[in-house]
Ligand binder design. Structure first.
Ligand code: SF4
Length: 447
């Protein structure tokens, strides 16, 4: 049952000591009620408060971390069914499936290590390797895991085997690496939990259907183990959508603890297009870990772009950092333009300046990620603010002239800007970025 901020507040120390990072106990209580903070942040919470509030303040879907260090993958902690209600918190992770019978284990592991791309200012990659004990041979399995960790040292590891001896053998080389073990079933749950506990690992719980799955997780949680990931057995897109949606709905709307764990999805098919479609279903509909058999660049680009879009905060526009960016081999006499820090605006303008082949300086001003017209209308891209930014940016050290090109959409600012920036010439550029190449080429030819 969800508690209100006021109900939670009654159980806090009420000293307003700020140790939790919030100005008052009431402010902290409100954050707990919104499930945007954890009670652990209050060092003075009583045992009674912990017992009463602990479960109520936990996110409805438990956080699970795979791997160690700054490259570890954290999934779960989701609080809503639909992104527009707030946002999705922890992006799903991608895992490449490698079998211990594969002839090219090192090369496949290296492809994971080399998977990182940069898109809209964010670094994106395949975070995990799922090593499968296809051979049934514990020695071969441990050897495959060793090859993977050597060739993809930043990847989190998922161990797939039904053989507990093989798992124990492979886990020997993964101390401190917080792997994920696949999978506990009704038949082997006690032994698998013991292995996961001893290794500091998390554990996939697999059962066919949600009733069987929730019964099994309840039993495991009652035994004191909670770092679980769910596999309800869906392997077709229709089943994935149905089952993953039911799990998310039960966890966040009904607070059903036995289903309050992240979901792992196997998007594995011999047809790469089917495999990509299955991965897309998992990304869009609540899977937290998606296992694929192939990470060809064309496929991971699509998966990463979709994941990035699903997990952006709809209330916060994508932004780039405020800076004066050098485009091409810009020199002191190169033209200087200004725009806002909305990512889409920045990348479109940058692309067109690059297309022009005219080296230039691009001053990007912090406008809370709003586009040119919106930020002007919101009073964030005014003559006074642009003038202040130009004066404080240090751009005068980069250029030998005093001419600033402003977007055509804010031509109305040119007069006021010349007043605010004495000695500067304000030139009105084109309204649309696609006219920039012709504009810059003409300007360069006339110089
Ligand atoms: Fe209140 Fe605890 Fe936060 Fe201090 S740390 S302000 S006692 S909630």
């Amino acid at each position: 049952m969800a508690l209100s901020g006021v109900e939670i507040f009654k159980h806090l120390p009420k000293t307003n000591c700020k140790k939790c990072g919030f100005p008052t106990c009431l402010a902290f209580a409100m954050k707990l009620a919104a499930k945007q903070a954890s009670l652990d942040l209050c060092p003075d919470a009583s045992e009674e408060a912990k017992a009463f509030l602990g479960a109520a303040s936990e996110p409805p879907i438990r956080a699970i971390t795979i791997g160690a260090g700054e490259k570890a993958l954290k999934v779960g902690e989701e609080t809503v069914l639909f992104r527009h209600e707030k946002k999705f918190i922890n992006p799903c992770g991608f895992a490449l499936l490698i079998k211990d019978t594969d002839a090219d284990i090192e090369a496949r592991a290296k492809s994971v290590a080399a998977s990182e791309i940069e898109r809209v200012g964010q670094k994106l990659r395949v975070e995990l390797v799922a090593v499968q004990n296809e051979s049934g041979d514990p020695g071969k399995f441990a050897d495959a895991v060793k090859k993977v960790t050597e060739n993809a040292p930043n990847a989190g590891i998922i161990l797939i085997s039904t053989d507990t001896a093989a798992l124990e053998s492979a886990l020997g080389g993964l101390a401190g690496k917080k792997p994920l073990i696949y999978a506990a079933t009704a038949e082997n749950a006690d032994k698998m939990v013991a292995i996961a506990k001893a290794a500091g690992a998390s554990l996939v719980v697999k059962a066919d259907g949600l009733d069987a799955l929730s019964g099994l997780t309840e039993k495991i949680a009652a035994a004191g183990f909670k770092d679980m990931v769910l596999d309800p057995g869906a392997r077709k897109s229709k089943d994935m959508v149905e089952q993953y949606t039911q799990i998310r709905r039960a966890a966040v709307k009904k607070s059903l603890k036995p289903l309050g764990y992240p979901v792992i999805s196997f998007a594995v098919d011999k047809d790469p297009y089917v495999e990509l479609s299955l991965a897309a279903v998992g990304i869009a509909k609540y899977a937290s870990i998606i296992v694929v058999s192939d990470i060809s660049r064309w496929k991971t680009l699509a998966m990463m772009a979709l994941r990035q879009n699903v997990y952006t905060d709809p209330q916060v526009p994508m932004q780039v950092g405020q800076n004066v960016y050098k485009v091409g081999d810009a020199k002191a006499e190169s033209p200087l333009m200004i725009t806002t820090n909305f990512s889409l605006t920045y990348f479109i303008v940058l692309g067109e300046v690059e297309n022009s082949k005219v080296p230039a300086w691009l001053a990007v001003m912090e406008t809370e990620g709003l586009s040119v017209l919106t930020s002007w209308a919101a009073g964030k891209f005014t003559a006074a603010k642009i003038a202040q930014y130009i004066q404080e940016s240090g751009v005068e050290k980069n250029v030998s002239h005093k001419e600033l090109i402003i977007p055509g959409y804010v031509a109305v600012l040119s007069g006021a800007l010349e007043e605010k920036l004495p000695g500067w010439k304000i030139t009105v550029g084109p309204r649309e970025a696609n006219a920039l190449p012709a504009f810059l080429k003409n300007k360069s030819a006339a110089a």
